[in-house]
Design a binder for this molecule. Structure first.
Ligand SMILES: Cc1cc2nc3c(=O)[nH]c(=O)nc-3n(C[C@H](O)[C@H](O)[C@H](O)COP(=O)(O)O)c2cc1C
Length: 370
């Protein structure tokens, strides 16, 4: 599809500011400690039960799954990270090509820069390299609220994506000195997009997780798929605090803010949504634990990015292959031949995760929903 709108000098200036911020994000995520400080995903509180008599052969383990109507060879997604600069374009192309080779899904980062300067479309466009890839477009909730549906549709079509992620990043915006302060109308905008778009919509957080009540509200406007992106992995509050000295004090206090990934999964599953488990997924055991809690697939951002920057595509490939090996091993050790069996595998939940589970399943509506 051709994007006709021409970039005005004003748009170009705005998009170069976004480009600078995106570059700072990439640099900080590479060089600094950008993870939560004390907060964990709580996936460590999911004990899968060892089956010493598993009646299975490794070659029988089947990791294939379907997500958003596409077949995946592994239940994994490289979640949206970047776009808008020449370096970002290379990262997108390399990681998208790798995702296609491994049979996993891939998301581009926020396409706001592309909306403001359509000449930047090439930095998000990976279709030529990966014609069969399950590819996710990406916009922020601010763009979902302000852009006409046709312009959002153009961002999706402009990169021939199969689905659109709308990311929620309230905490990040509030810590950013230049960030948004008015978030009214977000849910309504999401509902409008779900109805109008001709591709599936995935609502994703960016490291602060989703509560059961938020999941219910999303379901109420027609959302069926979320990426919980819970707390315990990359902290965007921390990233913003490192980027701007004015954000340091707020960022320090709120670095660990959010709902842990495992708790978010329990809340969103209780609300009946299909889930990507992301936020702090760091190995194949994390993936297995998340799938056992009902996630359809797991998503990874920071570790893949860092490994790619350190060791290129080969490094990222080795890392994702290690995730696969670890997941296969845990499946055998739990007697799960297929992913549906892993989802039913016996497990014991620790006290903190159990408390979240009780909260999401029993708390009176008024205590959970606004
Ligand atoms: C360098 C970098 C850039 C990111 N940019 C975006 C973005 O543009 N849009 C988005 O929805 N999420 C973005 N994220 C958030 C990730 O998709 C993910 O939700 C979050 O980092 C938690 O996963 P992790 O702990 O595996 O990093 C970015 C993450 C990283 C590391």
């Amino acid at each position: 599809m051709k994007i006709e709108r021409k970039a005005s000098p004003k748009n170009a200036k705005k998009s170069s500011r976004i480009g600078e911020r995106k570059q700072a994000h990439l640099d900080l995520c590479l060089e600094e400690d950008v993870s939560a400080a004390e907060r964990t995903t709580l996936l460590e509180e999911v004990d899968l039960i060892h089956d010493a008599l598993a009646d299975l052969a490794m070659e029988e383990i089947d990791l294939e799954t379907r997500w958003l109507g596409h077949r995946l060879r592994l239940p994994l997604l490289i979640t949206g990270m970047t776009g808008g600069t020449a370096q970002a374009a290379r990262i997108n192309r390399d990681l998208a090509t790798l995702a296609a080779e491994l049979g996993i899904a891939f998301g581009v980062g926020s396409q706001r820069a592309m909306d403001e300067d359509p000449d930047l479309a090439w930095t998000f466009d990976v279709r030529r390299e990966a014609p069969d890839l399950l590819l996710l477009a990406n916009i922020g909730i601010a763009q979902a609220r302000s852009l006409p549906v046709a312009r959002v549709q153009r961002l999706v079509e402009g990169i021939a994506a199969d689905a659109l992620c709308v990311h929620l990043n309230l905490a990040q915006e509030l810590v950013q000195p230049e960030g948004d302060r008015d978030f009214r109308g977000g849910l309504k905008a999401i509902g409008k997009l779900v109805r109008a778009l001709d591709v599936p919509l995935v609502v994703k957080e960016t490291g602060c997780g989703l509560s059961g009540a938020v999941a219910e509200r999303l379901r109420g406007v027609g959302v069926r798929d979320v990426d919980v992106s819970g707390a315990g992995g990359t902290s965007w509050i921390r990233v913003e605090a490192l980027r701007a000295p004015e954000a340091a004090e707020l960022g320090e206090v709120l670095r660990d803010w959010g709902i842990p990934t495992a708790a978010s999964l329990l809340g969103a599953r209780a609300a009946g949504l299909r889930c990507v488990a992301s936020g702090g997924i760091r190995n194949g055991l994390d993936v297995a634990r998340a799938l056992a809690l009902g996630a359809s697939i797991a998503g990874v951002a920071l570790p893949v990015y860092r490994r790619y920057r350190a060791d290129g595509v080969e490094g990222a490939r080795a890392q994702l292959r290690a995730f696969e090996r670890q997941l296969r091993t845990v499946m055998l050790l739990t007697g799960s031949r297929r992913l549906v069996e892993l989802a039913r595998a016996p497990r014991l939940l620790g006290p903190r995760l159990s408390a979240w589970q009780r909260f999401f399943s029993r708390a009176p509506r008024g205590a959970r929903a606004k």
